[in-house]
Design a protein around this ligand. Structure first.
Ligand code: ADP
Ligand code: DAR
Length: 346
């Protein structure tokens, strides 16, 4: 690992945004800086220094990081999102503005739909810089807000600390339980004190979840079987609004909802379907031509860095910043319609 004030050496085949944008000049300009939470450049880049196969390689320790280290974050944000330092984000969570009748009412292709947003609590450090005490306070405040949800959002909060084998097994069976973060999150300091301060909330119908203190302080998730994308979005928009009555989210007019990873800034939204496309899977050029046209990302079905199985893919919006939440879901919806049409034609 590099010393505090030594420019890190990266292998020539390193392809991360960190390798690309951390020039010697940027490093020299930022190496002695720290945010009011004591978060340094070394802290921000450690994940990408330790994991040279990172795609991005940097994390923010607080909202301030995006401004204190803007000489590094701004070019990464522009490269990933196509969003410049002079642009401003915009938000629209109104389901009435989404044109998305169920694209697969017979359930031939779409296995399930999940739409999530990341949120962090205003005026608090983010996961990479937060103290154990601050994280525990966030768990207390957020779980209290969640336990106050009513109607179809009503449910139960399950702290990971002291979780019984029975509850753990059920949450794993429901694919709800998140485990300690991967090596990228580990090197970013996001797994510190695990599992203390972490937990999962889900409603009685198991169509609404909130992960507390995972990669972000809240991951607000609406999901269900099938392809009624508009119903999933409507539930999520309602939940975001209800929780916000009790929890103030960290938001910047410039870069939108603040998240620990710059890829999630803006809407912090990933709208995905697990969709069976066995014929299209045999022609990945045609597959990727459609996903590229509609600004979509292809993932495996067991989360980021996993592989697809049996011709089922996780298809989601890639754009998160400089577009509204409605546009994120519309991106995914329009791409799914095109993918299904192509699958039918093969
Ligand atoms: P993120 O929380 O950033 O979306 P992942 O891609 O790791 O991160 O997904 C988290 C979990 O959600 C994984 O277990 C994944 O299988 C599950 N998941 C994602 N999209 C869907 C979907 N459309 N249907 C069912 N499960 C999903
Ligand atoms: N694995 C890290 C983060 C990439 C974006 N995914 C997140 N934030 N979960 C990388 O730099 O590749």
């Amino acid at each position: 690992m590099s010393q505090e004030n030594e420019f890190p050496t990266f292998p020539t085949d390193c392809k991360s945004m960190l390798c690309k944008h951390l020039t010697k000049e940027v490093f020299e300009a930022l190496k002695d800086r720290a945010t009011s939470n004591g978060f340094t450049l070394k802290d921000a880049i450690n994940s990408g220094v330790e994991n040279i196969d990172s795609g991005i390689g940097v994390y923010a320790g607080d909202e301030e990081s995006y401004f204190t280290f803007s000489k590094l974050f701004d070019p990464i944000i522009e490269d990933y999102h196509g969003f410049s330092a002079n642009d401003n984000h915009k938000s629209n969570l109104d389901p009435d503005d989404l044109d998305a009748p169920n694209p697969d009412p017979e359930g031939k292709y779409i296995v399930s739909t999940r739409i999530r947003v990341g949120r962090n609590v205003a005026n608090s450090p983010l996961g990479p810089a937060i103290t154990k005490e601050q994280r525990n306070q966030i768990e207390e405040d957020v779980s209290e807000a969640l336990n106050g949800l009513e109607g179809k959002l009503s449910g139960t909060y399950y702290p990971l600390s002291g979780m019984s084998e029975e509850v753990s097994a059920q949450l794993i069976a429901d694919h709800f339980l998140f485990k300690a973060g991967d090596r990228f999150l580990e090197a970013a300091g996001l797994n510190r004190d695990w599992p203390e301060g972490r937990g999962i909330y889900h409603n009685d119908e198991k169509t609404f979840l909130v992960w507390v203190n995972e990669e972000d302080q809240l991951r607000i998730i609406s999901m269900q079987m099938g392809g009624d994308i508009k119903e999933v979005f409507t539930r999520l928009a309602t939940a975001i609004s209800e929780i916000e009555k009790k929890v103030k989210y960290s938001y910047s007019p410039h870069i939108g909802y603040i998240t620990s990873c710059p890829t999630n800034l803006g809407t912090a939204m990933r709208a995905s379907v697990h969709i069976a496309l066995p014929k299209l899977a045999t022609d990945m050029d045609a597959f990727k031509a459609i996903t590229d046209k509609h600004h979509l990302q292809i993932r495996g079905i067991h989360g980021e860095h996993s592989e697809s199985e049996g011709g089922v893919y996780d298809i989601s919006n890639r754009r998160r910043l400089g577009v509204t939440e409605v546009e994120c879901v519309q991106d995914m919806y329009d791409g799914v319609v095109a993918l299904i049409a192509k699958e039918k034609s093969l």
